[in-house]
Design a protein around this ligand. Structure first.
Ligand code: SAH
Length: 450
């Protein structure tokens, strides 16, 4: 076991899934933030367990050519991004490697390389932000949580957000400080404003502002609107009522205070209505490229029935509708299903149907009713597919399964389960939808063997 507070010399060999550097000292894996593979460093051990330890760099003895000065002044404190200390080439290399390693280790593959769709820019790409609010010495401020805590680090200008989004935050905080709107304190479970949620359509320019409150009324709404109306594209103001303790950002009740309560945006040539609760990929440009990759891997024909499980507002479902005979989407959030149906209608798509429910249960039910899709697309949350979904895929036995994933470990686990049920891996590709952050997306295709 390594000794706490002792300093060791080591070489960084790898990265964790959160983007920390990994070194091995005396058979023990040591996790070291802000480290780059290949660097020789001295590290102080801060936490020591039997098989692993956590440490901090004391000195970089051999600096990686990929190391660079952090453009973001709060990068070291803010828990939002992970990679401002390295260049983008190293970031995309490590992301593609993570997907490849997972598929090899957990998915039983022997891939030598995986391509990655790199992003053209690391700046201003996020179309959504959720700022927690806090206060110090009577002044309220907003920012992002420090990694692993609920301390809010003030961030005047977040580099991965467009300027309009930060302008909304500033306008709301100006109103909050001027009219002494109380700020939520999670320990005391008191105070009104919890989060400022902003979503901006990249193509439409429309801006949705949703204030998450521990209550159902905001004081002096007209003063808030006066400030928001100065922001280009401001379209709607919604109050989300969240009076529960815990980490969930949005509440269950939404009250529209101004405008329609949703915004629109264009993706893959289609118009989408987006409510605060609906999932919408945060990187518009890269999402389009990811969906195009998924569509081309699906190899759909005009006779095909396509099932899109975990379909959100129907982005992939509707983007595939033109090439298919019929498309069916399944999604668990009722508001997203309502958006998906509305999106089909507003785009004049008549061969799409949407069901609200758990993906696995709905798929089993569809199968029982004789629905046998030719192609199934799945795009689950990080936990991946549940047992019902795997079983339904097995019984439905589609020709192709296109799996869009935001977690390579659960993707690889599910690939192994599907391989055991007669499928083999055809294509695998990583996509960077979150430059400077450790998340990585991927899309793979599984084909039925006979
Ligand atoms: N394919 C869509 C959405 C992907 S995100 C897009 O790219 O825009 C994953 C979606 O799965 C979310 O909309 C989430 O609400 C939904 N979801 C989560 N758990 C689910 C479940 N058990 N059954 C069906 N949908 C689920």
């Amino acid at each position: 076991m390594l000794i706490k507070n002792q300093i060791y010399e080591t070489v960084i060999t790898d990265y964790t899934s959160e983007g920390q550097g990994v070194a091995h000292i005396e058979g023990c894996a040591v996790f070291i933030p802000n480290a780059i593979a290949g660097e020789r460093v001295t590290v102080r051990i801060e936490k020591a367990q039997k098989t692993w330890a956590a440490g901090k760099i004391v000195e970089i003895l051999e600096r990686s050519p990929h190391r660079c000065n952090r453009e973001c002044p709060v990068a070291k404190l803010c828990g939002g991004c992970d990679f401002w200390h390295m260049d983008y080439a190293e970031e995309t290399r490590l992301k593609a490697e993570r997907v490849r390693n997972c598929l090899n280790r957990l998915g039983g593959e022997a891939l030598t390389e995986i391509p990655i769709l790199s992003a053209p820019t690391c700046h201003g790409y996020r179309n959504k932000a959720q700022y927690p609010v806090s206060q110090k010495k009577g002044r309220a401020y907003a920012g992002f949580f420090r990694a692993g805590t609920h301390d809010v680090v003030e961030n005047k200008r977040c580099l991965i957000l467009p300027e309009e989004t930060d302008a909304v935050k500033d306008a709301v905080m100006d109103y909050v400080n001027q009219y002494r709107v109380t700020v939520y304190d999670e320990v005391a479970h008191k105070g009104l404003l919890r989060h400022i949620y902003v979503r901006r359509g990249v193509v439409s320019g429309q801006v949705l502002v949703c204030l998450v409150c521990n209550g159902d009324k905001l004081p002096r709404v007209e003063e808030l609107l006066k400030r928001l109306e100065r922001i280009p594209g401001f379209t709607t103001l919604v109050l989300s009522v969240n009076t529960k303790k815990g980490n969930a950002v949005l509440g269950d009740k939404f009250i529209t205070l101004h405008g329609p309560g949703y915004i629109e945006d264009t993706l893959c040539g289609l118009t989408f209505r987006l409510s605060p609760r609906s999932f919408y990929q945060v990187n518009h440009h890269q999402a389009q490229r990811l969906y195009q990759a998924a569509i081309s891997q699906a190899e759909i024909t005009k006779e095909d029935l396509v099932l899109d499980l975990y379909c959100g507002v129907g982005t992939i479902t509707l983007a595939m509708a033109g090439a298919a005979g019929k498309v069916i989407g399944v999604e668990v959030i009722p508001q997203a299903v309502a958006d998906a149906r509305d999106n089909a209608r507003r785009n004049g798509i008549e061969n799409a149907e949407f069901f609200c429910g758990d993906a696995g249960q709905a798929a089993l039910e569809l199968e029982k009713n004789g629905v046998h899709p030719d192609v199934v697309v799945v795009d689950p949350p990080r936990k991946g597919l549940n047992a019902d979904t795997i079983e339904a895929l097995h019984r439905m036995s589609p020709r192709r399964i296109v799996y869009v994933s935001c977690d390579p470990a659960t993707l690889a686990r599910d690939v192994a389960l599907l391989k055991a049920r007669g499928y083999s891996l055809k294509n695998a590709m990583a996509a960077d939808l979150f430059p400077r952050c450790s998340h990585v997306e991927s899309v793979v295709t599984l084909v039925r063997e006979c």
